[in-house]
Design a protein around this ligand. Structure first.
Ligand code: NAG
Ligand code: NAG
Ligand code: NAG
Ligand code: NAG
Ligand code: NAG
Ligand code: NAG
Ligand code: NAG
Ligand code: NAG
Ligand code: NAG
Ligand code: NAG
Length: 539
């Protein structure tokens, strides 16, 4: 055989197989009453194509062959090689033949009743199996009537699939796709509507590869049981269709009467394998059910897999009883809530807590540093009408509160400086003797005189780190641009805002924050204890 002949043969085969779709080669034909139907002779060769021999159709009647003609019935149409019925009736059953010269071909037609409760007849289905996850395609096309088709509907198990005008199903096959797919073609002929069905019996098959059956869970399972109770052991495995799963429950002297193997269940997985389960039910567990193993086996051609269950007596103290567990959870939750609250409160009342802590411990960091004053107060000294309040604050309110109520010792230039000495030297030595430099800031603060105090204090604070600076913004200072650059490096919490209406009470945030920034000192007020307003009074 020459190599070139192979494609030729293939071509012929393809031709035959496609022409077979529309011509009727089978001897026994089934048709459904009421549907259009046709018989077409398969003229596979061109032998008859241009023969002038007449073509005749016959139906075998009881008294012999009866020649059919278009006039014999309005339902019957003769078109050379084709005999059409519009539609076919029950009494059309019988033998039909076509004769061309010496040649003849016969068919046996069986017309069956239209099924009452189904949209198709089981005798006409075309079976097709599709491997799971492979492409499933159903295209509703009628090779013979296509030109007459007015409308097509697709049904699955006789339920209409609502998709589109041109029914066409294409998807990756799943097991739930299995079923009967019916294409219903509506044909319009001479103003009359007919319908023809074509049904596929689609079977979804798993891939053929076999798996080794595998029991789910560990090889040995200990089950805690209480005596007198029932227990169910669930043995599950992933296996092939033909594999089995069973419990090995025979014993030397017969089965335990309280041990029962139940009916198994099987679910198909999406891979086409089976998830099989079998339950072993042990009623009213007794001592002799304990410590012995109950084995379950999955068996296949490829081998077996076994797992064991051993019943153990439930020891009470081993398990945490439910109510203790619940209580533990509640306590844990409460503790976390309390911690969260404490952290939140601590963040909000940090200053109060630190002050309380200082007060509680009686901490005093002023005893050993050899300094005289707790704070040097720097303020605008000229007492003019526009800064009178600021002056009053620095000379009266500040010492009034810090000295008389909280026991601090302030250095106020007007009050404490002995006249006569060089002012600049004096201020420098006073700042050196002070633990804090309180600057009462206002718009008109930056006069020549105080500038030196400021710069001297800044030098101590920033270079020698001997003094801490507290800024009190007495009147709102819109911008701090007039301040020396180094002052802007101060941490923002060291800037306190005086609000005359809100800051008067000793309990106000202003004084608390100021106390917090002042050195810790045991309270030794000059006046009576009774007159000291308690900072930590209960709200
Ligand atoms: C199809 O045609 C038959 C017979 O003519 C009719 O009984 C049936 O109702 C038609 N089916 C549909 C869905 O129209
Ligand atoms: C059939 O007809 C074609 C032209 O239509 C012609 O070429 C061919 O020879 C004819 N064959 C026979 C067997 O008469
Ligand atoms: C048709 O009928 C004749 C006699 O009635 C018989 O010889 C013949 O075999 C029949 N043909 C078929 C296809 O049944
Ligand atoms: C066949 O049956 C149809 C109705 O079912 C009827 O109209 C027709 O006359 C019958 N034909 C014969 C030859 O009995
Ligand atoms: C048909 O048969 C007759 C004799 O029975 C024969 O002469 C003729 O050649 C045949 N025709 C064909 C196309 O085979
Ligand atoms: C459809 O296919 C399934 C599975 O192959 C088969 O069991 C069933 O008998 C088929 N139904 C018909 C009507 O052929
Ligand atoms: C189907 O037939 C109706 C008339 O019965 C016609 O109006 C309609 O266009 C036809 N549809 C198609 C797709 O041929
Ligand atoms: C047994 O276990 C399998 C797999 O875990 C599960 O699918 C099945 O529902 C269980 N059976 C019972 C009765 O609990
Ligand atoms: C079961 O085994 C445990 C230890 O594993 C033992 O304490 C107990 O007595 C045994 N029970 C029976 C009924 O054999
Ligand atoms: C169950 O299996 C274990 C280990 O595979 C074996 O020792 C034991 O004898 C088996 N028990 C029964 C009842 O088959």
């Amino acid at each position: 055989m020459h190599r070139r002949e192979i494609p030729l043969t293939l071509l012929v085969l393809m031709f035959i197989s496609t022409s077979e779709e529309t011509c009727t080669s089978r001897l026994h034909i089934t048709a459904v009453e009421g549907e259009p139907f046709y018989l077409k002779f398969c003229s596979s060769s061109s032998e008859y194509e241009n023969k002038t021999t007449t073509i005749k159709w016959y139906k075998n009647a009881s008294h012999g062959p009866l020649e059919l003609s278009s006039s014999s019935s309005p339902r019957i149409i003769l078109l050379d090689y084709v005999l059409e019925f519009w539609p076919v009736h029950l009494n059309d059953s019988g033998s039909y033949s076509i004769r061309m010269g010496n040649d003849t071909h016969d068919w046996k037609l069986n017309v069956i009743r239209r099924p009452k409760h189904s949209c198709f007849t089981e005798k006409q289905v075309m079976s097709k199996s599709v491997e799971v996850k492979k492409s499933l395609q159903i295209a509703c096309e009628h090779s013979y009537y296509q030109k007459l088709v007015n409308r097509t509907l697709l049904y699955k198990n006789c339920e209409k699939i609502e998709n589109n005008q041109n029914p066409f199903l294409k998807k990756n096959a799943e097991f739930k796709d299995q079923g009967y797919y019916t294409c219903m073609f509506f044909l319009l002929r001479n103003g009359k509507l007919f319908n023809v069905t074509k049904t596929f019996n689609i079977t979804i098959v798993g891939d053929n590869s076999n798996i080794i059956p595998a029991l789910l869970g560990p090889k040995l399972t200990h089950v805690k049981v209480e005596l007198g109770k029932d227990v169910q052991l669930n043995c599950s495995a992933l296996l092939n269709e033909k594999d089995v799963i069973y419990w090995n429950i025979w014993k030397k002297n017969g089965k335990d009467p309280n041990v029962h193997e139940e009916e198994g269940t099987r679910i198909r997985t999406s891979e086409g394998k089976w998830l099989a389960s079998k339950i072993l039910r042990i009623e009213t567990v007794k001592e002799n059910n304990l410590n012995s193993s109950y084995n379950c086996t999955a068996a296949s051609e490829g081998g077996i897999d076994t797992k064991s269950f051993i019943l153990l007596k439930k020891e009470d103290p081993v398990d945490i009883p439910g109510h203790i567990f619940t209580r533990g959870m509640i306590v844990a939750v409460l503790i976390s809530v309390v911690i969260v609250c404490l952290v939140t409160v601590g963040a909000i009342y940090r200053v109060d807590l630190i002050l309380f802590y200082r007060h509680f411990l009686g901490r005093d960091e002023t005893l050993t540093d050899g300094k005289t004053y707790d704070a040097f107060v720097s303020y605008l000294k000229e007492c003019r009408p526009e800064n009178g309040e600021e002056h009053t604050f620095a000379v009266e309110i500040l010492p009034g509160v810090l000295e008389k109520h909280f026991g601090y010792k302030l250095c106020i230039f007007e009050r404490d400086v002995v006249p006569g000495r060089a002012v600049v030297d004096e201020i420098h030595s006073l700042i050196e003797k002070s633990r804090r430099l309180i600057i009462v800031l206002s718009k008109s603060y930056m006069s020549n005189e105080v500038r030196y105090e400021l710069e001297s204090g800044l030098h101590e604070a920033l270079v020698e780190r001997k003094i801490k600076i507290i800024l009190i913004e007495f009147t709102p200072v819109g911008d701090f641009t007039f301040l020396p650059q180094s002052l802007k490096l101060l941490k923002s919490h060291r800037v306190l805002k005086w609000q005359a209406d809100k800051s008067l009470s000793y309990n106000s945030r202003f004084w608390k924050n100021l106390l917090y920034l002042m050195p810790a000192k045991a309270v030794k007020p000059y006046r009576d204890e009774a007159e000291v307003l308690p900072v930590f009074s209960q709200p």
